[in-house]
Design a binder for this molecule. Sequence first.
Ligand code: PLP
Length: 394
Amino acid sequence: MVEVNGNFYNLKKNYLFVEIEKKVNEYVSKNPNADIIRLGIGDVTLPLCPVIIEAMHDAVDEMAKKETFKGYGPHEGYKFLREAIADYYKKYNVSISSDEIFVSDGAKSDVSGILDIFSSNGNVLIPDPAYPVYVDAAVMSGRNIVYINADESNNFLPLPDYNIEAGIIHLCSPNNPTGAVYSREQLKQWVDYAKKNKAVILFDAAYESFIEDENLPHSIFEIEGAKECAIEFCSFSKNAGFTGVRCGYAVVPKELEINGQSIRDLWARRQSTKFNGASYITQRAAFVALSNEGQEQINKSIEYYKENTKILSKVFSELGIWSIGGKNSPYLWIKCPNNMTSWEFFDYLLEKLNIVGTPGSGFGKNGEGFLRLSAFGSHESTAKAVERLKTIKF
Ligand code: PLP
């Protein structure tokens, strides 16, 4: 007799964004003329930039000819892309070899799939609030989660607590949902802790391209000793607009070993079984995204999105409503006014201003009383949202 994986019963009933969508749909069905502005979900809205579109067209043409057609590619990604990613790291004085890079269909698959190669014994340390995938993936695989508080007392950047024992540590910087970014010194504390505890840091750098402060690290591997205790995940989703194209990568350093076992080799083994490679067309697109021309065009999109966080953050400051983030990330983390709960403020914005945000409580208990707004709307809709926000009166 077959039984279902009982761990699934321990998952929260609905994925956060499904719950939001349900609420918005209910509102729209009662108010069909409502002009809804969506500043909730972290999906991009700008189209792919010209150099990427051209590369994809060229790749399709290659697929159309017998001589240049490509079937299955290497499961770890084409060498041309892995070498370009290794080159990209040089910008941050990080030396990574192309065979430590594993191209994938995005960071979500990697940050959850990586758990396959670790025993389910031991604690998974997750900052609260966090990107929900870390929690759900740990729950699905029956792991014990230990939360560490990310709150106003530590500027939403928790540091290691040596009283807590952890095997796996999820860190995300720039952070989703708070927009907070770890400094080098803070990351060094995590690296020291991980080494002392023989733990592994799963470092999610999906938003690294949004960092504008030159003193902030883009990669955990900028920190001395990190290659012995960390794996990094990155994505082309938010910088190059690949949320629909799908491409990301994991960096698994050769130095990372557990009891003499190379973690890089285990991940290579796992990927060769469970993943058949990102498409050639996608990888060609990712390759040009890393070229000088690609970076120039991508940076324009990032700047475009950042304009949105600038005007949003200005209006909240004028309203006397506390917020952080936005500067080095595409997210603004807002303290709900008048002691409202996250869902109360969500309902207020939806019903009074027709603006959709993301309730902070959906990211963990410390998110209660906060709301996340994203930079990924258009200038027009964000400016319209700002005009509506100016009318807030409590
Ligand atoms: N990591 C974080 C922190 C995210 O916020 C997201 C998407 O929102 C992802 C990973 C997923 O990225 P991808 O589109 O590459 O799967």
